[in-house]
Each structure stands twice: as C-alpha cells, then as structure tokens.
Design a protein around this ligand. Structure first.
Ligand code: FCB
Length: 454
C-alpha cells in the first residue's frame, strides 16, 4: 500500500513491530499551552504565546484561553490515556503557571495543578514524562530579553530546581527543551518577531544550550534515579532543486545540528562557530555537554529548502517534488526519510532514542453518525511505525514511540484549524470523540504488549 493510501481494512491492519523490544514504551505527547486553557486562572502569568495570540497572526484569531480545557478536564483525558493502554504520557509544565513572572515567588495553585495531574497519571498506571519547556516563556522574562540574555540560564536553572524539588519524588523522566531549533529559528531566524535579527538567533542558540546543560545538572542533583534527555526536531533538509544544495546544507546546520551537536558531542557545527564565538565564555562547551540518558526525536517530514537571498539566513522553503504524497496540511509523507533519520541520530549521538512526536495533521470532521474515521492518519502511523521497525531491524536502539497528539489542540499559528489528535475535540462543547486512529493505536499497543517473550 502506498503511504497515505487507503485500504478497505485500514482500521484492522496493524503496523509491523517484529523488531521492537519487549519493553518498548508506547505513549502520547501534548504540551501545556496547546491543551490547558485557564490562562488567567489561579494566578498564572502571561506567556509569550498569550501575547503573540493578540498579534492577529493566528488563524481565525484563535487564542490559548480555553484550548482543550485540560486544566479542568485532565481526569477525563487521563481516562482516554488509560483506554489507549499507553505506558507513558509526555506533557509540559507551563513555566508562567508555576512562576507567574518567571522567577521569584512560586504560585502555589499552579504548582498544585501539576501535583493533581501527576498523581492522577500515576494512579492510572502511566509514567509521567515531564518536559520543562514547550515554548511558553513567561512574558516578564521575555521583556527582560528572554533567551537573548545570558541571565536566562540562571532563570531556567532556578525554574528547573523548583520543578525537580516539587515533583521529583514522583516524576523520573525529564526533558529539558522541546524543539529548541524550531522556536529559535521561527522566532528569530526568519524574522517572525519584529525585533529579531541574526545575532539574536546565535545568542539564543547558545543560551538555550547552556540552559539545557544547567538544567541537566540541576535535575541530576535534585532527583534520585532520574532519566534525562532533550527533544529535537531532526528532519532531513533536502534541496528543492539542484541549485539549492548549499542552502539545504545551511538549513541542516540550524535545524538539525545547532543543539544536538553541542549537547551530545560538545561542539558546535563549523558553519556557526564564528557567529557563536562572541557569546562564548571559557568552559561553556563543557557546561552544555552534560551526560544525558536518551535522545528525544520529533519527526514529521523532510523540509524542501531553496536559496532565498532576501531571508536572514539565506534560505527559505521551496517547492516539494511532485508525486510525493502529502498530509492535508501539505507535509510530505516519507517514511523512508524517518527510517534514515532514526538510523543517523542513533549512530551520530550514541544514545538510546525515544520518538517523542510523530503524527498527522488534517481537517477531521465527524460524519453523520458522529464518528471520526481518519483512515489517512492510520495509514500514516502504520507506515511510520513500520519505518521505525525497519530502523530497529537495521540496528538503531529505539526504545519508545509517542504519537502527537492525544487530543486535537491549539496548533500554534494554525490555531484550532489543524487537528493532530487521536481524539477529536468539539471545541464548543469540549466533547472528546476518540477517532478511528485512537482505536487502531490501542489495538496496536495491546498486540505489541501481548507478544510472547523472545
Ligand atoms: C511540533 C511541536 C508540537 C506540535 C507538532 C505538530 O513541532 O513540538 O507542539 O505543534 O509540531
């Protein structure tokens, strides 16, 4: 069956999983701003995304104010996770919920929310995987320069200590950052923020890397028996035409290497060394290169890159080759690229890999009977999980796979127009409707867990 194609038995045909470990971890991922809502409740401070939502640049002027109302409906959502049979749930803590101004006095009601959430996840027999930063920086800290100032390293380390001390008795899996290259590049590399320029991008890269290293040390010191990683969006950057090869190579450095290389190998890629140098202090590389336990990989599709001399970094995004199947939102479906990336990452960084996001964005709608039959998503998951199985068979040490996402949610600039969930959310009523892919994933997990010991 071609990737993205339909078959009559889409819902019954599972994915090949023959090469996966018996203790393979199946999960789902979400993030705070995308699902929680309650942005002004219980003392939460504003984040940069609350501010950005006021800029008029989000589709349909959507905001995160209500989102999936997970802040109030988390128990129902954990019920969905139980039905899925996942072993682990990845979520993020909203920094401005626990420290409304980013530093200073913690907000007890905000901290108590994550106590309730974590306790309920554990009571459901699911491992909580906590990500410290999924893009919602407290606005007060951004006002002071955000990641462009080296002071951010201390702010982040203090925030990490607060989270570690509060939840470290119950949470053992921690990620420092989600997709640092994406928020750095899209915030500052392509000029989406009014005051951005290229030098601020290089400062951000370095300070986020230092913040990662500082948080690893804090977590290690404060949480006994913890398992730590960072989550990178690592996807092939392919030239749109043969004339775009150099542009694609540049994109590759910023998108894929700028964070994992210093974090996992203690060095910056050559192309950006000179630009980072003015911000570098003695011993910085060893502050960044701290021992971690795994590599978190988010993967959706390769990017097709073109030369763009008017763009700050000299590259932009070009035409995709004709004939490649795409998701409804135009992301190429290329499971073989996923397999290659898994093999590359496992070999280059010499760490066990957890796939912490992979998923399919579309415009799902319930049918007349109220069911959401998302066979395209099932096909996408099947071929991608199959590609992962191939990578494992070829020697990559892959230990887990988490679908993005449990629920349809606030998809950044696309607002609520794009849906990635295994569960449909009817936003006006907040009703949750498990899609066909939900049942498919549940069956896959059940089958995978039920395999006899080898
Ligand atoms: C990733 C983000 C995640 C979600 C998916 C679709 O880049 O980490 O929050 O938006 O894309």
């Amino acid at each position: 069956m071609p990737p993205g194609g339909h078959t009559a038995n889409s819902a019954s045909e599972l994915a090949p999983i023959t090469a996966l470990r018996r203790d393979f971890v199946w999960g789902v991922s979400t993030s705070s701003f995308q699902i929680e809502g309650a942005t002004r409740e219980d003392g939460r401070g504003p984040s940069v995304w609350d501010t950005y939502c006021q800029s008029g640049r989000i589709a349909n002027h959507d905001t995160g104010d209500v989102a999936c109302d997970h802040y109030h409906r988390y128990q129902e959502d954990i019920g969905l996770m139980q039905q899925l049979g996942i072993q682990a749930y990845r979520f993020s803590v909203a920094w401005p919920r626990v420290l409304p101004r980013g530093r200073g006095t913690p907000n007890e009601p905000g901290l108590a929310f994550y106590d309730r959430l974590i306790d309920a996840i554990l009571a459901a027999g699911i491992q909580p995987w906590l990500c410290l930063y999924h893009w919602d920086m407290p606005q007060s800290l951004d006002d002071l320069g955000g990641w462009t100032t080296r002071e951010s390293v201390g702010w982040f380390a203090d925030y990490a200590a607060l989270v570690a001390d509060r939840y470290g008795d119950r949470v053992k899996h921690f990620a420092t950052f989600n997709e640092p290259s994406i928020f750095a590049m899209f915030g500052h590399g392509f000029g989406m923020q009014n005051n951005s320029h290229v030098d601020s991008l290089h400062r951000i890269i370095h300070h986020v890397n230092l913040s990662h290293g500082a948080a690893v040390d804090v977590l290690r010191a404060h949480v006994t028996g913890c398992s730590i990683g960072a989550i990178h969006n690592y996807q092939k950057c392919l030239p749109s035409t043969p004339a775009d090869c150099q542009a694609a190579a540049r994109c590759n450095v910023y998108w894929n290497f700028a964070f994992p290389d210093p974090q996992c190998r203690g060095m910056y890629p050559k192309l950006i060394q000179a630009a980072i140098e003015p911000h570098m202090q003695a011993e910085d590389l060893s502050r960044i290169h701290r021992p971690i336990d795994w590599f978190g990989l988010n993967h959706y599709s390769p990017s097709f890159v073109k030369v763009d001399t008017s763009a700050r970094l000299g590259f932009g995004f070009g035409q995709k080759p004709v004939g490649i199947p795409q998701t409804p939102i135009g992301w190429p479906i290329m499971p073989e690229a996923f397999r290659d990336v898994l093999l590359t990452v496992a070999k280059d960084y010499e760490l066990p890999v957890y796939v912490l996001e992979n998923g399919f964005g579309g415009y799902d709608k319930p049918d007349d009977a109220g069911a959401v039959i998302d066979n395209d998503r099932i096909d996408f998951l099947r071929v991608n999980i199959g590609a992962m199985n191939d990578a494992v068979a070829a020697g990559a040490d892959i230990r887990g796979y988490f679908v993005w996402s449990l629920l349809d949610n606030f998809e950044w600039d696309a607002g609520y127009s794009v849906r990635f969930g295994l569960t449909y959310v009817d936003y006006p009523s907040q009703q949750r409707i498990p899609k066909a892919s939900f049942h498919w994933y549940r069956d896959l997990i059940k089958t995978a867990r039920g395999r006899p010991e080898r």
